[in-house]
Design a binder for this molecule. Structure first.
Ligand code: NAD
Length: 510
């Protein structure tokens, strides 16, 4: 299994930089004041990064485009890949628009002809671009996750607070699902009794990305320095069906965080919201590995993380990239959930589907209530509402930051872990019933995939404590704590022209 060893973890942490000064904030409930739009009131939108997800956004701003958002129009496109830029130009021209083109987002942000920007580049660009856009006076919709690392996410939150004349909203779209809001109302009413645990499931097929020897050439037409931005500049070491640069960056720590920060952030956000847990947890512990194949990627395809807030039920998060059994593409289902959230209460459970659809069941699996209202597709319309009303209601930056940071914390425990025999893993999981259950189910899943845990040992992470104010972690072994705090997933300041400004001088308010 090719994944980071503890030695790699400690070594890499030395590159990460020193301790952060992160600081006390009041909650960011939304912004008011300011005004978006050209003289005739139409909001002129620039899209940054549109190989895939961004192309869906781009369509929203084309006359006759899919999901066209009223009162807003595409005015500029920015991508560092010539081929992608050409795709955007063609789409705009076909819709009868001539739009400004940019390879460098900083140039787009300087333009007086752009009011708002939608950011859909890779994760490692989200915070730095959010901050730059806000500094330039633009309204911002930034795709999830908010950050590549905890520290830069906090700086993005602080930028939203500092430049509050501008709107900043994060694309954790479930926050606009009325069905989830209605399910939460039922939960809080106590009709199902107390919450016993909340489980987020991210069971999504993730194939091998192939195995290649050494550095690969950057695909033609891509400005790789701009693509790399605040990450460490290093040649690509992948060459799958999506080429050497696009998409598969998700599986490399320099840019992404595996499926927990890719698909999983959506379910993590819903899970934390439904649990009613504010801010960061008090503890986090993870185990997992990259099982079933050997390929170029670094991040685990199987991960179980247990998070605890004092006085609250545990939040368990499960990532599975392998199918139900070896050779099968269909994924496991836990309480009707493959990609979703299960809120287990005393008298039943609520299942939230990937699109935000929410249903309550009794403990025998009999439907009690299906919740009404919009699903998460309402988020983009709510963004336009926010631009008009100058107030963010759904998609608050600070909530997005906390949910994103949970994913980073889960990964940090994994990265601080060591390969252990299964018996030691069972001990490390502890006595919590829900955590033990997740462990047994993970074991069954791996067995069904014919993974030999004696040959490919799981990585078992330490139980890290979290300082909710400083947003740093602790552990009785100072070496482990220092390594985690200095790791790029906890803090990375960027490089050269892509250095992230430190805007937060005090600690985060939990
Ligand atoms: N909300 C959702 O449900 C959802 C779904 C899919 C993806 N996403 C998010 O959208 C983002 C993009 O995902 P994707 O699958 O399209 O990735 P991708 O790698 O296929 O595309 C990213 C694009 O950004 C461009 N890019 C990179 N750096 C840039 C820069 N500095 N300036 C301008 N363009 C730059 C790339 O050239 C590429 O065209 C990810 O962060 C992902 O998490 C969100």
């Amino acid at each position: 299994m090719k994944t980071w060893s503890r030695k790699d973890f400690l070594k890499a942490s030395l590159i990460g930089g020193g301790a952060a000064l992160v600081a006390g904030q009041t909650r960011l409930y939304g912004q008011v004041a300011g005004a978006a739009g050209s003289a005739n009131g139409t909001i002129r939108v620039g899209i940054v990064g549109f190989n895939s997800q961004g192309m869906g956004h781009l369509q929203n701003y084309l006359p006759g485009g899919k999901g066209k958002l009223d009162g807003a129009i595409l005015a500029g496109i920015c991508d560092v890949d010539d081929k992608v830029l050409a795709k955007g130009r063609d789409a705009a021209n076909k819709a009868g628009l001539k739009v400004a083109e940019y390879k460098d987002y900083r140039k787009m942000f300087e333009s007086k002809d752009i009011d708002a920007v939608v950011l859909a580049p890779p994760n490692h660009q989200h915070s730095i671009m959010t901050i730059a856009a806000l500094q330039a006076g633009k309204d911002v919709y930034v795709e999830k996750p908010l950050s590549h690392n905890i520290w830069e996410g906090r700086q993005a939150v602080e930028a939203a607070r500092k430049y509050s004349k501008n709107i900043a909203l994060i694309g954790t779209q479930n926050r606009s699902s009325e069905q989830i809001m209605n399910a939460i109302t039922m939960l809080r009413s106590g009709k199902l009794g107390k919450i016993k645990w909340v489980t987020g499931t991210c069971y999504k097929p993730r194939d091998s990305i192939g195995l290649h020897a050494g550095p690969q050439a950057v695909d033609a037409g891509i400005d790789y320095d701009l693509w790399t931005g605040p990450a460490t500049l290093t040649p690509p070491t992948r060459n799958g069906p999506k080429g050497t640069v696009h998409y598969d960056w998700h599986w490399f720590w320099n840019y992404g965080g595996g499926d927990i920060t890719n698909q999983g952030i959506h379910q993590m956000d819903v899970a934390r919201w439904m649990l009613g847990a504010n801010g960061l947890p008090d503890t986090v512990m993870s185990f997992g590995g990259r099982f079933g194949y050997r390929d170029d990627a670094e991040t685990p395809n199987t991960l179980v993380s247990v998070m605890n807030w004092k006085g609250q039920a545990p939040l368990i998060f499960e990532v599975r990239g392998l199918g139900r059994k070896k050779g099968m593409r269909a994924m496991d289902v836990y309480r009707k959930s493959s990609v979703g959230v299960v809120v287990q209460c005393e008298q039943g459970y609520i299942n939230v589907a990937e699109n935000g659809g929410s249903i309550a069941y009794d403990n025998d699996g009999k439907k009690i209530q299906a919740f009404d209202g919009s699903d998460n597709g309402a988020h983009r319309k709510n963004w336009i509402t926010a631009l008009r009303s100058r107030k963010v209601v759904h998609g608050l930056m600070e909530e997005g930051h906390y949910s994103t940071a949970l994913c980073h914390l889960a990964n940090l425990s994994f990265l601080a872990g060591t390969e252990k025999a299964n018996a030691q893993l069972a001990d490390a999981v502890g006595s919590d019933l829900a955590a033990k259950d997740a462990y047994w189910r993970a074991l069954d899943h791996l067995k069904a995939n014919e993974v030999d845990l004696d040959a490919t040992k799981p990585i078992v992470g330490p139980l890290l404590t979290v300082d909710r104010k400083t947003e740093m972690v602790g552990h009785s072994d100072k070496v482990v704590a220092d390594a985690a705090n200095n790791h790029p997933l906890r803090k990375r300041v960027g490089r050269g022209a892509f250095t992230i400004p430190q805007l937060s001088a005090t600690v985060a308010k939990a």
